[in-house]
Each structure stands twice: as structure tokens, then as C-alpha cells.
Design a protein around this ligand. Sequence first.
Ligand SMILES: Nc1ncnc2c1ncn2[C@@H]1O[C@H](COP(=O)(O)OP(=O)(O)O)[C@@H](O)[C@H]1O
Ligand SMILES: [Mg+2]
Length: 330
Amino acid sequence: MFDRDSEGVRIELRSLTKQYPGQAAPAVDNVTLDIPAGELVVFVGPSGCGKTTTMKMINRLVEPTSGEIRIGGEDVLSLNPDQLRRHVGYAIQQVGLFPHLTVAQNIGLVPKLLGWAPAKVAERVEELLALVSLEPSAFRDRYPRQLSGGQQQRVGVARALAADPPVMLMDEPFGATDPITREHLQNEFVRLQKQLRKTIIFVTHDFEEAIKLGDRIAILRERSHIAQYDTPANILADPADDYVASFIGQDGTLKRLALLRVEDIPPAESSPDPALLQVAAGTTLREALDLMLAHGTDRCSTPSGVLTYASLCAAVGAPEQEGAGSGGLR
Ligand SMILES: Nc1ncnc2c1ncn2[C@@H]1O[C@H](COP(=O)(O)OP(=O)(O)O)[C@@H](O)[C@H]1O
Ligand SMILES: [Mg+2]
């Protein structure tokens, strides 16, 4: 199948429609979308807009009424659904771990189905537990009920990754965790995806999460109609319409500052100044602004030169306020 190579492959949706029996309108109506190989695309939209239905058609947990799906050029609707699902990782909010199986047995389920030798399965389980930051010796023999919600979510992600599928579908996988655990899982996931470069479709109703994780975001209206499909930076800079703007809310400029790092923008002066507030490489513009405000200054020095409040404003196209340096962007 398409996973001869575990790196991501392209996913194409063509005029995809799902009409559930007995419903007045289709749940998903004529959706066409290309997901480039190795990218993480987030579907974001309100509850009931058809996110889960769209995703479940891709691994054929729901059969499309009409339309086409291709993964790595292969026509998904002509494949055996059970075989297909062994090659597409799937992680969901409810996690769906088997309560009577240990953590190791849960993670090893698909590799075992694929006929891997027991030693290879065991090795893979160890590797995945470490990858999701669960100490193998402490966790491999536990049962799901002996784990916290956040730990269960990690095991769910490890299980989805187990057979090293080129494609991962993730439906609100961090939805059931508290905000701190959630942020932790998001950060880890960003780190993981940098290494793995799989093709991932990630569903959420949380726009902040979409911005943080997505290479691209598809903002969906009802029936999965695509309101805008673009990078987080482009959506924040240029929302297609009022519907998209309503996701961004009042603090769009701050969200854009959070997407850029100090080395990403042209400095106001090209050499660092040791006399100024020092800001490290890798700091986001939003963090740099917070530091400047906290220190009551409108300039700081980074390894690439001096940044000013005005250069931050210019970088995100925000109008610079009178009396710069105090709250113009808030
Ligand atoms: N099995 C089903 N049978 C009938 N209607 C369904 C079924 N699953 C979902 N729906 C309906 O399809 C629409 C989209 O649902 P869903 O894809 O779950 O949305 P989301 O994941 O965005 O919340 C909703 O109106 C929902 O009630
Ligand atoms: Mg859903």
C-alpha cells in the first residue's frame, strides 16, 4: 500500500459528499481539498459542521455518498477498508484504549496485526513510549485505568504512530485534557512532527490550537464548506471574510506576533547593542513585546540586531500607535 515509505504522502479530496440517511441536508457537501505530503493540516470549525465525518471518510469508518479520495495517488475507495485502516494512524478524543490490555499490548496492536515479529513489536513499543515521554519501564505493563487522562492521550498517540503510518488522522486528540496538560501535549506534538514529517489531518474546534499546530488551516463552515484554506500567518493577516475574522477575534495582531520569532524580521539596527534589554534567539515577537512592556522600553537587542516597537508593528502590518511602547497592540 501507499506506506512503502513512512514519510507523509499527499491526500486529495475531490467533491466529497456524505448524506446520512434520513437527514435533510448532507453532513459534508462537495468538499475538494489537497493536503500536501508531510504537512499538518488542521480542520477547525464549530461543533456539528462535519469535521469528524470528513475525517472518518478518509479511513472509511464512514462511506462517502459520492466523491473521491486519494492517498499517495491511490484510490482509497477501491482499497480493502480494514487493510487501509492499518496504514492510517487514528487518534481520537475518547482515546479508545482497550481496558483489558496493557499499555504495551494496546500500542502493539496494529504491528501485531501486520505480522511483525514479537521482538520487533516490543522494540517499537519501547521506542514509542520514550517518544511520547512515558518511561517504558514504568508504563509498559500498566492498564489504561492506572493512567491519568493526559497519559492515556499519549498512549493513544503512540498507538496511532505504532506501525509508522505515512498518514495520521487526529480528531480532537487532546480535547479531554486540562489546559496545562493540553499545552504540554501540543508542545510535544509540535516537536514530534518536526522529526516525523507525516501527513496529518488534525481536527479541533479550538482556533488557538489550530494556529499553534497547523502548517495550514482549513476553516470550515457548516457541511464542511471551506471558508479559507491557508497558512496560519496568511489567515491572520488576511481573513477571507467576517466568518473567518470571527475565529481570529480581537487579538489578531497578538496571534500574529506569536507566529514570528525575533530572527524572522528585519531589525531596526543590524548590530546588537549590549546596553539594551537582551532577548534570546528563538523568542517570539509576542514574548519580546511582553518583555519590552515589562521593562518599560521600546527597544531590545537580539543576536541579529536591535528591534524596536516600530519594527515589530511593521513586521505584522499593525499601525503604530501614538506614544509607542505602551499598549498600542493590546
Ligand atoms: N451517524 C450519523 N447519522 C446521522 N447524522 C450524523 C451521524 N454522524 C453525524 N451526523 C450529523 O452530521 C453532522 C456533522 O457531524 P460531525 O461530522 O460529527 O461534526 P463535527 O465533528 O464537526 O462536530 C451533524 O449534524 C451530525 O448530527
Ligand atoms: Mg467531531
